[in-house]
Design a protein around this ligand. Structure first.
Ligand code: ARG
Length: 470
């Protein structure tokens, strides 16, 4: 984030702590210390928090009704001014942070009474209140964007209940599954992410305001009323903890990092499946890019960026945990670093998630290529299961089918191309087997009918269950 502190266009405003200091801070200090370019986006929360605080100190008898009215009206005008402020103008503002900016503007709008607003309040409880308020709103937006990715996966799953494709373990063809089952396997991790997000949001919804700088507020403000007014769900129980608690930031960044990891795994599947070698999926023009040099290229950039952004999301989590580790209790300026990571994670996801939804929603599955990739070898487990149903212990059945697979490999044919004698040599139970059924991918799918399996009915239940969490 560029810092414009060294290019003041107007004289720096008086410091909030002016009385104690004989000299202004050095420009080098200002440049490092100034957080306005980052925390400016908290101005709405700062104004809302200030209006609630004005009401609280009015109710506590600290200011008169008339003063309260002037503060409220002044803050309304500050909000209107900030709302109309072009970005280049606020970037050039000389204030240290959003709190000092709002206070300076309040002086301009309301006069002397502005000096009463900060009674019993510190920027320590103020910034924590603002950031939590912002995060509560941002978490709701993130939840909606996550839900839309789930919806896109669900729509594709519904369209591909009957599409058969290989599943992979160790990146080797494993067993046939329905494409819907694979698509839904990427929707459930997001369901857990949304659950975690809801819990993290709940822990963010704890009101720190009224904690003062560290020891609490010496005036009888009603913190429960403040909580209600601002839409928090609980009141912080300890003022020392309240001004320094950034667990909620770490938790949100963990959710963000985990979402990033999940999307990167979906992205990797799609990048691989979209390659010429696989050809299972084709990305729409609107979510692909071409090459400036190679005319034949059709690149899955959105998915590559999804993979890449995970790195940054993990980085933000690492950053906040590193900042918190070993901090002495109470507020320390290190905590100012929390917002850049917090905003970046939400901004990153806000840009990423709609592109992922769009990519998924518009991709085309090549059902023939998916089905063609399922060969008889992938039904080896089903052959063993057939023997198990005839009473053969699984280990023995596994050995018998393993021998068939080796013979096929040595002969240079597919398992289903071996003659029946080879089968009966491997196990006499194959003598009366229905080979068409034994080598039917559809039968393989249908057999896995338990909860969470890939049988059409089980997938149907899964679709219904996912629809319920949406
Ligand atoms: N800009 C600061 C932050 O983001 C606000 C709180 C400053 N508090 C203080 N005592 N200097 O954390």
């Amino acid at each position: 984030m560029p810092n414009t502190a060294s290019t003041f266009e107007i004289a720096p405003p008086p410091r909030l702590w002016g009385g104690r200091f004989a000299a202004e801070p050095a420009p080098e200090m200002d440049r490092l210390n100034r957080s306005l370019p980052v925390d400016m986006r908290l101005w709405r929360e700062d104004v809302a928090g200030s209006q609630a605080w004005a009401s609280a100190i009015a109710a506590a008898g600290v200011i008169s009704h008339a003063e309260w009215l002037r503060l409220q009206a002044g803050l309304d005008r500050v909000a209107a001014r900030l709302d109309a402020w072009p970005a280049d103008e606020w970037r050039a503002a000389p204030d240290e942070d959003v709190h000092s900016l709002v206070e300076r503007l309040l002086y301009e709008e309301a006069g002397e009474v502005a000096g009463k607003l900060h009674t019993g309040r510190s920027r320590n409880d103020q910034v924590a209140t603002d950031a939590r308020l912002w995060a509560i709103g941002a978490a709701a937006r993130l939840d909606a964007a996550l839900r839309d990715v789930q919806r896109a996966l669900l729509e594709q799953a519904e369209a591909h209940r009957g599409t058969v494709m290989p599943s992979y373990t160790h990146m080797q063809r494993a067993q046939p599954v329905s494409a819907a089952h694979w698509l839904l396997s990427h929707a459930w991790p997001l369901a857990r992410d949304r659950e975690r997000l809801g819990q993290a949001r709940e822990r963010a919804a704890v009101l720190p305001l009224g904690s003062g700088a560290i020891a609490g507020c010496p005036f009888p403000v009603d913190r429960v009323l403040l909580k209600e007014t601002l839409g928090f769900h609980a009141v912080s129980p300890n003022s020392i903890d309240a001004v320094a608690d950034r667990d909620w930031v770490a938790e949100l960044l963990f959710v963000g990092a985990t979402v990033g990891v999940h999307l990167s795994r979906l992205a990797e599947d799609l990048v691989v499946f979209g390659s010429h070698e696989w050809g299972f999926v084709r990305f729409s023009d609107r979510f692909s890019t071409g090459s400036s040099l190679m005319p034949q290229k059709r690149n899955p950039d959105a998915m590559e960026l999804a993979r890449g952004k995970a790195g940054r999301l993990i980085g933000n989590l690492t950053a906040i945990l590193s900042v918190l580790k070993g901090l002495p209790s109470g507020y320390n300026k290190d905590l100012q670093e929390d917002k850049e990571a917090l905003f970046d994670t939400f901004d990153t996801l806000e840009a990423l998630l709609p592109a992922v939804s769009g990519t998924v929603r518009t991709l085309e599955l090549n059902t023939e290529r998916c089905a063609a990739a399922v060969d008889a070898g992938m039904l080896a487990t089903d052959l063993a299961d057939f023997l198990v149903r005839r009473g053969v212990p699984f280990r023995e059945a596994h050995g018998a089918v393993g021998r068939l697979v080796r013979t096929a490999e040595e002969t240079g044919c597919r398992v289903d191309e071996l003659d029946r004698r080879t089968f009966t040599e491997a196990s006499p139970h194959f003598a009366d087997a229905d080979f068409a059924l034994l080598f039917s991918p559809a039968a393989s799918l249908a057999a896995r009918a338990g909860i969470g399996g890939t049988a059409p009915d089980a997938v149907g239940e899964q679709i219904a269950a996912l629809r319920r969490v949406l």
